[in-house]
Design a protein around this ligand. Structure first.
Ligand code: GLN
Length: 248
């Protein structure tokens, strides 16, 4: 199952997340340590979204192939710095297409979104939830995948003014009821706040006084990494972290 991360804090080179740490996202793409629910490597695409310093609209780079095969990326990542990043590597769920548009982050306006997991009973289980979306949203889904539908459901709520944590909590509650047993690790940022759920997959957080890093797997062996308990909703800024039950 895919691996994802989000960072807020002083600007750092993207390579400080993607390549440099001992268990960087690149390493997690070919040697993940805590895959649950199927999949062995994350070779079906990757994506990076980042806010250029001073901008509240992110840029994005996605590809439909393994991160480690992009020979230009290490130099690009070393040359680009950002204080707000969301990145992911994908292991496509069986039956879902390997296309660039299925790779996270999904994006609109100030938001970046990623899903690590799988909706059970796809696609029949989500019929009612999908039908509640505007037909325009359904017919313009980024890709015919569970993650793209989850993004459409979250985005619908963000557009309506719900805050990212509220949007994730509502979508997890609805999806858990419609498709019990789904794995729903969702991650969203607007560049100043991260909201993330741990529902069926691993998630850890590393916080300092002026930065926070949330990731499927710790990027380093540091004891400062804290596991986020299953069933949690995490909300963080660069200087604050709160974790509560996703249903509370
Ligand atoms: N089910 C999603 C997809 O196929 C996410 C996969 C994952 O977490 N491995 O894109």
């Amino acid at each position: 199952m895919c691996r994802h991360l989000a960072y807020l804090g002083p600007p750092i080179p993207l390579s400080g997340l993607l390549f440099d740490p001992p268990h960087s996202l690149a390493r997690q793409s070919w040697a993940p340590q805590d895959m649950r629910g199927g999949g062995t490597i994350n070779a079906d695409g990757f994506g990076i979204g980042w806010f250029p310093p001073g901008s509240d609209v992110p840029l994005r780079y996605r590809r439909d192939r393994p991160l480690w095969t992009d020979a230009d990326l290490p130099a690009l990542a070393a040359a680009v710095s950002s204080g707000a990043v969301l990145a992911a590597v994908r292991s496509a769920t069986v039956g879902m297409p390997v296309v660039e548009t299925a790779a996270a982050p999904f994006a609109e306006g100030p938001w970046l979104f990623s899903h690590n997991g799988k909706v059970t009973g796809w696609p029949d289980s989500v019929a009612d939830l999908a039908a509640a979306l505007p037909v325009r949203d359904l017919l313009t889904l980024d890709a015919p995948t569970d993650s793209a539908l989850l993004w459409a459901l979250v985005r619908h709520r963000l557009r309506a003014g719900l805050d990212p944590a509220g949007a994730l909590a509502e979508v997890v509650a609805l999806m858990s009821a419609a498709a019990p047993g789904s794995r729903l690790n969702l991650l969203v940022t607007d560049g100043t706040t991260i909201a993330a759920t741990a529902c069926g997959h691993a998630l850890s957080v590393l916080a300092s006084s002026d930065s926070v890093l949330v990731a499927s797997e710790p990027l380093s062996p540091s004891d400062a990494w804290r596991p986020v308990p299953d069933g949690s909703l995490l909300v963080a800024t660069a200087s604050t972290v709160s974790v509560k039950g996703v249903a509370s």
